[in-house]
Design a protein around this ligand. Structure first.
Ligand code: PLP
Length: 359
């Protein structure tokens, strides 16, 4: 019913230009588009998870600080749980941080290509997003240029993934520390894929007063469906983050399931080693194909669980693979392919070679 003498509600301008997130849906035999782990829990682990789920009191609110699962996660990585804040996926943490640690109109520096959500949330919260393009050939962040840019442009926050989704390239620890210590801006360092590389600074996050490290359980830990991520920062930032988040952001089932999974560290290590082996195999396979075909311009050396490719034929390749029921990620002149099981990789490589000869 319309109010009398009032203006009807109209959506804000920023909402009118938004489109709902649209991942590839539909039934595809092989899904290599979302950087998930190809491992689902095995039967032994499923039994442990079932017990954990059955012990949850569904009528009660969850632990607002997810203490138990934060501790088991921290011990898996040798971190101090005091500096961790649990989120409903690291996506939620990016949202909370950009909403609360910055003021309307503040400038946020992002890089391109990088994870799309870094520009999405700041725009929603009426921040100004500035973007530095990465070098065409290396797709690497130029740290000195970034530092100079932050200083010259009154940038209040810098956000990037390391190693990067989608480029699969990364900055060495010393370069990251140089950036953090050379600027006053808040640095939001997303280590979503650091399980696949060696340059984490999560254990040192609390030593800096302008750093928040983000971790997710959606990739190497194989819990994308469970929705759990962590922010790691010093005591002041952690306290503010816990105060700003919604009280029950991580539900009781998520806490119970993840806690059960993290107690099986041996399984996690095995899965991680298998994903790395799969990634190496996929990279070697695509590289071999690219050397035989002139249609894959460049295959970047991966530091994650996916392979990033530059090709003028990205769209045709993407569509031809979809027609063969293989989903990968299409990004303009690039393709991103997640490492799958040995069978999935073999099917992808077989199809890719065919598709390239048929183009
Ligand atoms: C997948 C991904 C995330 C999302 O993590 P969730 O915990 O599932 O929200 C965050 N950052 C990067 C760079 C990612 O690729």
């Amino acid at each position: 019913m319309k109010g009398v003498g009032t203006m009807p509600y109209i959506l804000t301008e920023k909402l009118r230009s938004l489109v709902p997130y649209d991942p590839i849906t539909g039934e595809y035999a092989i899904r290599l588009d979302a950087n998930e782990s190809f491992y689902n829990a095995n039967d032994t682990l499923k039994a442990v998870i079932t017990d954990a789920v059955l012990s949850v009191d569904l009528n009660r609110y969850p632990d607002p600080y997810a203490v138990k699962v934060t501790e088991t996660y921290a011990s898996l990585y040798g971190l101090n749980p005091q500096y961790l804040t649990a989120g409903n996926g690291s996506d939620e943490l990016i949202s909370i941080i950009t909403a609360c640690f910055l003021e309307k109109g503040d400038r946020v520096l992002t890089f391109a290509p990088d994870f799309s959500m870094y520009a999405f949330y700041p725009a929603l919260y009426e921040l100004e997003v500035l973007t530095l393009e990465k070098d065409e050939a290396t797709l690497q962040i130029d740290v000195d240029a970034a530092i100079a840019y932050v200083k010259a442009n009154n940038v209040k926050a810098v956000v990037f993934s390391n190693p990067c989704n989608p480029t699969s390239n990364g900055l060495l620890r010393d370069e990251v520390i140089k950036l953090i210590t050379s600027v006053d801006a808040l640095v939001i360092l997303d280590e979503a894929y650091m399980d696949f590389w060696t340059q984490s600074i999560a254990d040192k996050a609390a030593e800096y007063d302008n750093l928040i490290v983000l971790r997710t359980c959606s990739k190497a830990l194989g819990l994308a469906g469970v929705r759990l991520g962590f922010a790691i920062a010093n005591a002041d930032i952690t306290r503010a983050l816990k105060a700003a988040k919604s009280p029950y952001n991580v539900n009781a089932l998520t806490q119970a399931v993840a806690n059960a999974v993290f107690q099986n560290a041996e399984l996690e290590r095995k899965a991680n080693a298998a994903i790395l082996a799969s990634r190496d195999e996929l990279y070697a396979g695509i590289k071999a194909i690219s050397e035989k075909s002139n249609k894959l311009l460049y295959v970047y050396e991966p530091k994650t669980n996916f392979v990033f490719i530059r090709t003028e034929y990205a769209k045709q390749i993407f569509q031809a693979l979809l027609a063969r029921s293989i989903a990968i990620r299409f990004m303009g002149k690039y393709l991103r392919i997640t490492a799958g099981s040995p069978e999935e990789n073999a099917a992808l490589l077989f199809a890719l070679e065919r598709v390239l000869t048929e183009l």
